[in-house]
Design a protein around this ligand. Sequence first.
Ligand code: PHE
Length: 360
Amino acid sequence: MSLLEDLQKLKSEGEKAIEKATRLDQLEKIRITLLGRKGKLTALIKKVSSLPLEERPKAGKVANEIKDFFEKGLGKRKKEIEEAALKKKLKEEVVDLSLPGKLPLVGRPHILNRVIDEITEIFIGLGYEVAEGPEVELDYYNFLALNTPVDHPARSLQDTFYITEGISFGEGLSNQEIKEISSKIALLRTHTSPIQIRVMEKRKPPLFIIAPGRCFRHDVPDATHSPQFHQVEGFAVDQKITLGDLKGTLEVFVKEMFGQERKIRFRPSFFPFTEPSAEVDVSCIICDGRGCRICKESGWLEILGAGMIDPNVFKEVGYDPESVTGFAFGMGVERIAMLKYGINDIRLFFENDLRFLQQF
Ligand code: PHE
């Protein structure tokens, strides 16, 4: 075969190979086999110089044309491959504007915070101001200053999460010594009543305070118990505040919170820091007092503890119990939320399951 024939053969071979290439790396391999330093065309070009003199110009010209032909062909195919790749990519990434949108998750206040706000708003409307206190509290504020003696059962390890270890009340201590020890014992507050003391020791009456907060007790969790829970404390101190004022205030609150048709009832009870003390019931918001499963057929639901502030509490904060009186009450936020929204398990509040939380 003559060199010219070899060249023609390579031309059609190369042309086919270039056309078949579908990827850039394949194309580059073809370029190297044809035009590389050790490529097929390069090898044929080298042979031109060994031809008889008169055949060289023609063969050289043809070889150069084929080189040109390959270069153009490779360039064209490269563009085609790149364009096809781009087209494919654009097709895959196309945005379908008719698809339904994905709604972003929008946060909202936790149901307990909403209920706390609802309660506090009602009292703000009655002229109360909001106060807060620490969740890690001293024994003094949580118990002693609230007229709760050192041997009171509420202090027991079974109820209270103590933080301070190794300090306890010995026998035969003076009141001063008891107070000193009590002021060194840190615990997680078991109720919001210590806020009463913290506010009263800093300020003088008249005081109308509403104080929400998280509390802790050593309870085994079940449908109605949780080691963390929330209370809203309220108290009023002024001259000549009476039990009638407490009743009227709570009646307004209950009607605002649960509906104008609700009634309240006081049952005698005991708290160390109030005298007299009462447990307050609201007529059942499910059956309207007729009797149902929720109110255990009694027609009433217990919602808070209350009473007239004990003179010993006033003495502790330096108030004269002869010239000031006051009432206090405390309610469990979870219980109120459960009653109001028909929630049957207190643990739901703390599990952070969005399927629960998003319902409110
Ligand atoms: N602190 C009491 C409790 O946790 C509730 C209460 C508050 C009772 C204020 C009377 C007055 O049970």
